[in-house]
Design a protein around this ligand. Structure first.
Ligand code: ADP
Ligand code: MG
Length: 373
């Protein structure tokens, strides 16, 4: 899959730009605060219908402007135009071939994998970082999962407010049964899908990591459902969806008192996590920074293979300023593993992070103050 062109109007610090991409490697060079990340954010928005770094959509609109427009031409089997229109006064509009589309129809047309300095936090960061990493992938390849997850999150919010009001009056508790049933049924679907994806992702990650570490180390990625005890390491999962349902139900019973005391939902995949083991040891606790970085790199490259396996095409790879974060060895590994597989869009403050041979085959763009020179 390829992104052929992109145009931005009043998006972040861009007034108006249009550009065409190279099908292979694209390098955007610029000093800090010139608009490099903004450009990748615009591409991300076309893939996922929202930003990963704006608290609220209107932040994406250029200061002083009324509306922001992002549009891009993508090429899979056929060409397709995606549009994202945001204004201060009206609802966000998503467009596929210039026709209004629901988020379910919009997300999944352009598949991306984003690797930024924040990604390096995948191993060390919070469980929520790791769930997000997983959800962003699954949502792009599975519109049903995306819907189920959103619905599930809504149920958790409603159930939380019920638990809060039950602290004042127990009369509200009678409604809990209804929410429990939905929590279990949607939550189980979310977990089954996550587990199946991690199962595939883990095989790719293991193989790629063996290559990166020159066969010296064994990386194991494990899905940790919310009820898993991380101290116990590798655990038995469920044998059937029914078994998972009854495990979920049991957890809800056991946590009921605590949930009422705290006033929010404690059971469910909003508390899932991923565990990284390196030669059987918890990478988060015992790994060196270098080992953690190699693991992240392997995971990101595994994402590519996973998406290729699920959709038949490699996603577009966005690398935001990561070259300076990686040492020379990992830099070369990354670019050579990507080479010829996926269209890659890289930002950097310094072209010197690339070898002359790499620069030669890339399209190089200079960014200054929201302009492409
Ligand atoms: N809504 C907005 N309107 C105008 N400028 C913005 C907006 N949001 C961010 N910016 C500007 O964008 C610049 C940061 O761009 P960014 O892409 O993050 O830089 P970098 O090149 O370092 O990645 C800053 O100068 C910031 O003020
Ligand atoms: Mg940046």
């Amino acid at each position: 899959m390829r992104l052929e062109s992109l145009s931005l109007q009043d998006f972040r610090n861009y007034a108006s730009i249009s550009l065409n991409f190279n099908p292979g490697l694209n390098i955007f060079v610029g000093d800090n605060a010139q608009g490099k990340t903004n450009l990748l954010e615009a591409i991300y928005v076309l893939a996922l219908s929202k930003s990963y770094r704006a608290q609220r959509d209107p932040e994406l609109i250029r200061q002083g402007a009324d509306q922001a427009l992002v549009s891009g031409q993508i090429r899979r089997l056929a060409s397709m135009e995606l549009g994202f229109l945001l204004s201060h006064t009206e609802r966000k509009r998503l467009l596929v071939n210039q026709k209004a589309a629901t988020a379910s129809r919009f997300v999944g047309n352009l598949n991306i994998v984003l690797f930024s300095p924040d990604s390096l936090q995948l191993v060390k960061g919070t469980p929520s970082d790791r769930r997000r990493f997983l959800d962003i992938q699954i949502c792009q390849i599975d519109p049903v999962y995306r819907k189920t997850l959103l619905e599930y999150q809504r149920v958790v919010r409603q159930r939380n407010s019920l638990l809060k009001s039950a602290q004042e009056s127990r009369a509200h508790l009678s409604q809990l049964v209804v929410w429990d049933r939905q929590l279990i049924s949607l939550g189980t679907e979310v977990m089954l899908r996550r587990q199946a994806v991690v199962d595939k992702l883990q095989r790719y990650t293991r193989d790629i990591h063996r290559q990166i570490s020159q066969e010296l180390e064994n990386l194991h990625l494990i899905y940790q459902p919310f009820f898993a005890d991380p101290e116990k390491g590798d655990l038995e999962l469920w044998d059937s969806p029914e078994e998972l349902k009854s495990m979920f139900m049991l957890q809800l019973q056991q946590l009921r008192r605590e949930e009422l005391r705290r006033g929010y939902t404690l059971a469910g995949p909003q508390r899932d996590d991923l565990l990284f083991l390196i030669n059987g040891m918890d990478l988060r606790k015992y790994g060196s920074q270098g080992q953690q970085r190699s693991a992240v790199l392997a995971c990101i490259l595994a994402e590519l293979e996973l998406m290729q396996g699920e959709t038949g095409e490699y996603p577009v790879v966005l690398l935001d300023d990561v070259m300076s974060e990686l040492d020379q060895k990992r830099r070369i590994q990354l670019l050579s593993l990507l080479n010829d597989k996926a269209q890659t869009i890289v930002t950097t403050t310094n072209l010197g992070s690339f070898t002359a041979e790499i620069v030669q085959r890339a399209a190089v763009f200079n960014i200054r103050q929201g302009r492409i020179l």
